[in-house]
Design a protein around this ligand. Structure first.
Ligand code: SF4
Length: 232
């Protein structure tokens, strides 16, 4: 009897996942999916014609269950033509309250990190893997990451940064389709859809482990070097 219940539950979850995926494809006008997760061809994820249109879609999005607990969807902010884009995991309590990314203590540290390489916060673009706050700040589920992915890819396509900095394990894993520890990924160059990508530690991790700020500083120097004088 117990086995039957768990099978029914599994079936319900599968049906829900299939429905979400169908809704996702419909809303993002996607006709074909990239062959490998972690990569995409430019122009194949036409979520919305402009960044503002995309923002409006995200603000009203109900594609995954994370919309149920949000106060605000956090689309992202910064220079729409930024050379450097930071991608974190998802909004926390303060971000959800204000509708802006990285505004809590981790956000203040991120601002300092940005300024350490002679950028102003408004010169870069800051976004997250998921746009709505997971309950109790838990790590977003794979289905939630998948549901939100077309928004992020469309954002990257609109902004066309020269470099992406993935902040923390969740962002790095979601973008690179890997489960290699962040300690081994950080400071190395990867490619994501033709954009140079470097993972580093998440500022929230640095608040708990300040001894590793030195490593992030090393990563930031590499990013600065890669960008040269480019800010756009
Ligand atoms: S997390 Fe992304 S996919 Fe889920 S409801 Fe929010 S905007 Fe939509």
């Amino acid at each position: 009897m117990k086995g039957t219940f768990s099978k029914q539950k599994e079936l319900r979850q599968l049906v829900q996942a299939a429905k979400q995926q169908a809704k996702l494809l419909e809303v993002s006008s996607v006709e074909s999916l990239p062959r490998r997760r972690g990569t995409w061809r430019r122009g194949t994820w036409p979520c919305a014609p402009t960044l503002d249109d995309l923002r409006q879609k995200v603000l009203g999005c109900t594609l995954c269950d994370l919309h149920r607990g949000r106060t605000h969807a956090v689309f992202g902010e910064g220079n729409p033509k930024a050379a450097l884009m930071f991608i974190g995991e998802g909004p926390g309590r303060e971000e959800d309250r204000q509708g802006r990314p990285f505004v809590g203590m981790a956000g203040q540290l991120l601002t300092k990190i940005i300024e350490s390489i002679q950028f102003r916060r408004e010169e870069v673009y800051i976004a997250n893997i998921v746009k709505c706050r997971p309950p109790e700040n838990r790590v977003p589920f794979p289905l939630e990451i998948a549901a939100c992915r077309p928004y992020l890819i469309s954002q990257i396509e609109q902004i066309r940064p020269r470099v992406i900095c993935a902040l923390g394990k969740t962002a790095a894993w979601a973008l690179l389709n890997t489960e290699i520890p962040i300690s081994q990924l950080r400071g190395k160059w990867f490619e994501f859809g033709g954009v140079r990508l470097m993972p580093t530690f998440h500022p929230a991790y640095l608040l708990r482990n300040p001894q590793d700020k030195r490593l992030v500083w090393e990563d930031m120097k590499k990013i600065r070097q890669e960008l040269g004088s480019h800010k756009k």
